[in-house]
Design a protein around this ligand. Structure first.
Ligand SMILES: [Zn+2]
Length: 210
């Protein structure tokens, strides 16, 4: 079946893409996927072949905090919004129940990896007036930090991608195997940076390397 996305959502998505060009899109979606397709959902095309919902990936590391975005969007009560789901919360636009107020969302998908935005049906769904998505502060450093996994502690005998990262940082031959040469170079680096020269890359050493 041929379908298209409601133009209001196309507009919103393009504004979001322009404002956060580096954002990850791993959990983006529009038309019914495996998790939505089987049941009644705004991700399924309506009778006219129009899809009324999009998902936008939660990616605070690259500036797009979908929880904060959902708060902002819900507060603005754009008449095109039917409802928003974000991080175990659901909230309605002006025509829904308790407009602008978060309620508990108990669906099986917590929506903590993306924000779901549904628009109303009818002409408003294709209203391409620019959305007001302003007023969001930069993502707080502690929020970003929570999404960056610290590299694991590496020592002689360690192997893998993070060893490659370490070797790159130490300007060594990159083979992903933490051997004697890597250890010696790491000790040298630690001494130069007034760290305990134990040849083990722990949190403090990683902080100095980065
Ligand atoms: Zn969705």
């Amino acid at each position: 079946m041929s379908w298209r996305l409601a133009r209001a959502l196309e507009k919103l998505r393009s504004q979001v893409n322009a404002k956060w060009p580096k954002r990850g899109k791993g959990s983006d979606g529009s038309v019914g996927d495996t998790s939505h397709g089987a049941r009644k959902s705004d991700h399924n095309p309506d009778g006219a072949g129009i899809v009324h919902a999009i998902d936008i990936t939660h990616d605070p590391k690259n500036g797009f905090d979908s929880y904060a975005f959902a708060d902002m969007l819900l507060a603005k009560q754009d008449p095109r919004v039917s409802y928003i789901i974000s991080n175990r919360r659901i909230g309605s636009g002006p025509k829904g129940p308790q407009p602008g107020k978060w309620r508990k969302y108990t669906g099986s998908n917590a929506h903590d990896h993306h924000v779901h935005i549904s628009v109303v049906s009818g002409a408003k769904a294709d209203d391409i007036k620019a959305w007001d998505i302003g007023g969001l502060p930069d993502v707080a450093p502690e929020v970003v930090a929570a999404y960056i996994k610290p590299p694991r502690t590496l020592r002689k005998g360690s192997t893998g991608e993070d060893v490659k990262k370490l070797q790159k940082a130490l300007k060594l031959t990159v083979d992903g195997k933490f051997g004697a040469l890597t250890e010696a170079a790491l000790k040298k680096f630690q001494t130069a940076h007034k760290l305990a020269a134990d040849g083990v890359a722990g949190p403090q050493t990683w902080a100095a390397l980065n």
